[in-house]
Design a protein around this ligand. Sequence first.
Ligand code: NDP
Length: 502
Amino acid sequence: MTGPKIYRETQRRLKDLGFTFSVPIEVTHYIGGEFVQGTDPFPVIYPATGEVIGMAPEGREKEVEMAVGAAKEAFRNWGRMTPSQRRSYLRRFGEKIREYKSVFEILESLDVGRPIYENRLGYVERMAHNIEFFADFVVTHGSEAYPMENGYINYVLRYPVGVAALITPWNMPSMLATWKIGPALAFGNTVVLKPAELTPLGAWLLARCAHEAGLPPGVFNVIHGFGPGSAGELLTRHPDVGLVSFTGETSTGKVIMRNASDTLKRLSMELGGKSPNLIFESADLDWAVEVTLRASFFNQGEVCLAGSRLLVQRSVYEAFLEKLVQAVKALKVGDPLDPETRLGALISEDHWRKVMSYVEIARDTATILTGGKRPELPHPFDKGYFLEPTVVVDVKPSDKVCQEEIFGPVVAVLPFDTEEEAIELANNTPYGLNAIIQTRDVGQAIRVSEALEVGTVWVNDWFVRDLRAPFGGAKQSGIGREGGHYGYDFYYETKNVCIANR
Ligand code: NDP
């Protein structure tokens, strides 16, 4: 398929679903309940072919002022509604997302270059659940009371903060947006969402869902644009923004913390990772290979939680790697919209170059067991930002490929002999987002989980989420936890009321 053909094909598929759009897609801001054209358009590029498939506007001072103003105005009513009133709006929002399931699945592949196969594994259902779960959670949860011995009683009141700026990355744009939108709105705040400039399509469709669900104008706003000096930075400095929930790179998080400090905003930081995947000798090796394929190569490895460091006990090292390499070679790389594809394109040419720079380091200093080059694909995918899934061995723990977040389909493998050595290797990076432990020894799972300096441990699986559970990173992988009541201290202001018994 060439450029115009891709438009026609996509347009045909979406039209079959009752969804029409202009070609190329004209992305708009969504401010105060209206779709706003905006100015300074920048191209939206399909990572699988390098072609321009849309244009999005760059939000600057004017748009940010309008969006924050609309959110502030809407907060007057939204913040005062009962949780049940808000729940009825948010349920409709969730239903709309479900209604557009097939459209989201296509747009997410166009935005990210991810295989549509992965979008069909419950991705859109999870988006809707992110909204509905928190809407229900607030209705069914109360707060604490502390009676004192002298007859006084303290009770806890929680109330929304105000305008929330939600700043999201490009790797799982729609899922990560709803993960923030859900609690922010359910807890009574109003929202200005700033998606990554590389992936505006999902947020644009989310705006349409919110609109058709009848959310009051200004409750949910979307501003497109860039980070530094653009919509992102302007939001983090705006005096009327009370909280910033950010997911992205650790270095960006540090800049946002500095910029937000003048107005002392609440911050939630979900940052980078370099997560270990520990394979112990008692593991079911076939299952461990399956988990590792997902943990290392899902979404082209562009996942903060990716198991990008594989630590394998020496007694099963050869056997495990043999199985793994065989499975990796069988992964089909190419056209994201082909349901057979298991690995799509990296997000952009710049990012492809960054990932390749790590592959070149590995070529010089280690051994590439499989992958490490651009696959040969037919036109127009020969112009896409593809990379074969890559397994690197003969590395040292201090090597760049073991220490730095590559954010691509590149996994570095290290052998270990003992449990203590495995723990030491696992904790040996500045990051602490999550870890995977693969073992059939329950005692070992308990001991190692306790010793790992991370926010989440998965034993014998990866990326299984219960929205009641806390999510966030230790060390340089983040600050704060979201999920269930763990988000209270971020999305709510808390008040203690102390009453005398008189
Ligand atoms: P970035 O940090 O580059 O960008 C994230 C978002 O921040 C984008 O919307 C970006 O806008 C915006 N931004 C950039 N600079 C600023 C600024 N100065 N002020 C305000 N906003 C700004 O991350 P990526 O998009 O490259 O995403 C990949 C990163 O996200 C990886 O490090 C990954 O580990 C992390 N991540 C963490 C997760 C977690 O839960 N811990 C989950 C998913 C990803 P623009 O893109 O337009 O510049």
